[in-house]
Design a protein around this ligand. Sequence first.
Ligand code: NAD
Length: 427
Amino acid sequence: MKISVIGSGYVGSVTAACFAEAGHEIVCVDIDEKKVEQINAGIPPIYEEGLGDLLRKYAGKKLIATIDYEFAVRETDISFICVGTPSAEDGSIDLSIVRAAATNIGEALAKKKGYHVVVVKSTVVPETTEKFVLPVLEEASGKTAGKDFGVAMNPEFLREGKAVHDFMHPDKIVIGAIDRKSGDLISELYRKFECEVTRTNPATAEMIKYANNSLLATKISFANEIGNICKKLGIDTYEVMAAVGKDFRISPRFLNSGAGFGGSCFPKDVKALIGKAKAIGYSPILLESVIAVNEKQPLLMTEILIRKIGNLAGKKIAVLGLAFKNETDDIRESRAIPVIAELLRLGAKISAYDPMAIENMKRVFPTIEYYGKAEDALKGADACLVMTEWDEFRQLESEFENMKEKIVIDGRRVIEAKNIDYEGLCW
Ligand code: NAD
């Protein structure tokens, strides 16, 4: 089938490349001309394992990129909206980019003969597809949804860093369509994927995505709360959670306590669900606590640091790990950001290292020192904070030798070195 994918970020570029691998023809659309050029040259606009191989295989053949909506809609049968849905100032969802994309698709639909289905893949709060996107499409196209074109919601559950694998081997595929015809067409797209398809209405599909992410975020904040209590009692929370996770009703995943969750999804999605709940007159006490624990957690790192070395003014602090998690260059909502901001506020000098995320973090903190190796960031440091669970940090040993004081505070339980003054965040 012929598919246009609107937005070529983490979700859009992976969706496009993976649908090409599944045998479809793809037109990517982005307003960022640099990304369009990169995709056409087979260069991934973001780092994702396996994405480069797929783009090199299909770019210029079964997969092309453009800034031209009219061409993309005319030449394809289905358009996937994969643009960002950031948090507004009050935490609720900002739909301005979705509106812009839907308006452009609608204007292109006005000129297109024949049936077309518009699918929202961006994460949007329940009711958005039917009550917001659908009317925008109808107004811009002058056509009627359900008659002239179809509308559906198909949430994405991929993990950054493993996105290509997760897209190709999904745990679940959820299709929430306004009518059978739209739903059938999208199901056909996923025919080659070995996974049961859950068919729902659009609002249910939207809620499945939020419930999914909110539950994962809740597990992390729960593990962090237990970890904080364990630390005060001198109990190893990892031993506790390893046993708790053996209960088949719980599972061992997402029970690692540490500096909290970041990324482009969990914080934003939990806040958006809180905003939606409040807008309909419900006070979501549990979800608000999930966010409150998560915001407090990284600052416990600096509290430990001050307890250990006192006044931070003029002290050199090495920060290892800037990405919000390992295997990605994404720093959105990384827990390293509030920690670095707090260190700077307290007058510390920062020497930072990350295997992939330095260029992205330079946009947030242009003036701190960045190094290409952990060893160099650690040289002469008064202390080190570990913010991301990069595997290579497990091997660090002699690199700590050249610190001024070998104080290491680990926010991710990755450091295995001996002969250092080590303290874990919750252990
Ligand atoms: P992103 O910011 O990486 O990518 C968005 C892309 O859209 C950018 O390339 C941007 O240039 C482009 N864009 C902006 N305005 C446009 C317009 N008017 N027309 C065409 N392109 C436009 O975002 P992302 O991380 O890929 O997330 C996209 C959506 O998917 C969000 O709703 C997010 O919550 C959801 N989601 C993300 C993940 C994830 O792991 N990143 C996982 C599941 C769902």
